[in-house]
Design a protein around this ligand. Sequence first.
Ligand code: HEC
Length: 125
Amino acid sequence: MKLKGTIIGILAAFAIVFCVSTSAFAGDAAKGKSLFDGAGKCKTCHKTDDKKLVGPGLAGVKAKHSEAWLKKWIANPQEVWASDDADVKDLKKRVNKEGKPKTAMAPGKLSEGDIDDIVAFINTL
Ligand code: HEC
């Protein structure tokens, strides 16, 4: 009986750690929307439907890029553009900028937490 109690205790501890750690890493989409519209300035260049503004409309962007790529891109678009990885090659083709040395996307002044929130938001589009 004592062993059973210990096992249940250990499982409960794991469950708590799991819940706390996932909520700490997952972005907050509601906060992300206000950053997208406000301090992040994304809205000046991107629409949330599929219509182009300065950059592509972001509807369905989740299917085009992983969360990790989106975070890298938003933090430092020029560096990611220069890496010419598979996602960049696909993006260049879609925006008709193959061979262009620079992206027109300006990096924002955002913390890592802000970027997590923005990615959580754009992944709902
Ligand atoms: C100055 C205009 C500008 C701002 C501000 C801007 N972007 Fe962009 N973004 C672009 C352009 C333009 C592209 C496409 C690459 C190119 O044409 O250089 C792009 C590409 C992207 C892509 C890839 C889209 C796809 O279809 O693959 C994502 C995602 C993105 N931007 C998110 C954001 C987010 C989030 C913000 C705010 C933190 C932001 N952008 C701010 C101009 C901008």
